[in-house]
Design a protein around this ligand. Structure first.
Ligand code: GTP
Ligand code: MG
Length: 309
């Protein structure tokens, strides 16, 4: 399971309107001067973050996004109208990539970024009139709008984050709770990249549970990028190894200090004692579990589902 949702879309800004070739025609002036107006600008394509959207699914079927062209110039010096900006709504938290580089990050609702500039309007023959050129037949066509393939990326929001010291049983807990198959091993730092598992609630909604490695044994940050996934979690499961002889309060404090920067405001922190088949849960724990025997896992899962629903 991947942490990011990604789609590729094509954006095309509007072409500029063409300049007009026209001469004034009036009943009493057989050869009027040039009066062809300029073309309007093509419309830009603007991405805008919209809180109504939560994922990139709509873009799987709507790939091409084209802004309208500018209007052509007309006789009697009438300018073409500018093409309207095409607003493409994306979910907040969307990263915009072009040619492998980030070009914009639309974090908050209302954030916007122009991803394709409309073409400039053409020039009508009126503009070329001068004392030596009384009847210019020159016009300039509108420019093409910019077009590009861009990639939209969105980090999937983690609902439940599992944190704890290295080797504290985080991955084993993830697997037991969600049926994920992430690697569990008897040494620290087995998990280098965050691992994900799905948890389905009573309404069939999938919530993502993530094992977030990233702390060293002393509680300091080892890989901040992984811990960055914490920021949207609503529940944080803090693993406390029951079989570890070191003072539980000290271990809890160390981890809390280590993740303080990323801890989301208002998230519910739950202390989960792990490996309770080896030793009794310390009093600091809210839940006593064992991934080995399954003890406490159904109760924790049921509580999680209640909180998330
Ligand atoms: N007896 C017992 N052993 C467990 C339990 N949970 C995990 N372990 C063992 O503890 C060791 C570490 O478990 P992991 O789940 O890999 O721990 P982790 O916190 O993900 O470790 P890192 O990713 O390496 O930081 C492994 O040898 C597991 O088999 C449990 O409930 N009971
Ligand atoms: Mg692990």
């Amino acid at each position: 399971m991947s942490f990011t949702d990604r789609v590729q879309i094509h954006v095309q800004a509007g072409r500029g309107g063409h300049g007009c070739l026209s001469f004034r025609r009036e009943a009493h002036t057989p050869k009027g001067g040039p009066d062809g107006g300029n073309g309007g600008r093509g419309g830009d394509v603007l991405l805008i973050a919209d809180e109504q959207l939560t994922d990139l699914t709509p873009f799987r079927t709507r790939v091409h996004h084209k802004a309208p062209a500018g209007g052509d110039g007309e006789g009697r010096n009438r300018h073409g109208r500018n093409g309207e900006v095409l607003e493409v709504h994306v979910p907040p938290g969307t990263r915009v990539m072009r040619d492998g580089h980030e070009v914009a990050m639309l974090e908050e609702p209302g954030d916007s970024a122009s991803v394709a500039r409309g073409g400039g309007g053409g020039v009508g023959n009126r503009a070329f009139r001068s004392s030596t050129h009384r009847a210019p037949r020159v016009t300039v066509p509108g420019e093409d709008g910019e077009e590009a393939w861009i990639v939209l990326e969105m980090r999937l929001p983690v609902d439940v984050a599992i944190i704890g010291l290295p080797n504290s049983g985080k991955t084993a807990l993830l697997n037991a709770l969600t049926g994920a198959h992430a690697t569990v091993a008897p040494y620290p730092h087995t998990t280098d990249e965050p691992a994900l598992g799905p948890l389905e609630d009573d309404f069939g909604v999938i919530h993502l549970v993530a094992d977030l490695p990233g702390l060293a044994a002393d509680g300091t940050e080892r890989r901040g990028a992984a811990l960055g996934q914490l920021e949207r979690a609503t529940v944080v499961l803090h693993c406390l190894d029951a079989s570890d002889p070191e003072d539980p309060a000290d271990r809890l404090a160390r981890v809390r200090e280590g993740v303080a920067t990323w801890m989301p405001e208002g998230a519910r922190e739950v202390v989960v004692a792990t490996k309770c088949d080896l030793a009794p849960a310390p009093p600091e724990a809210d839940f006593a579990t064992s991934a080995e025997t399954g003890e406490g896992i159904p109760a924790l899962r049921a509580e999680l589902i209640t909180w998330l629903s």
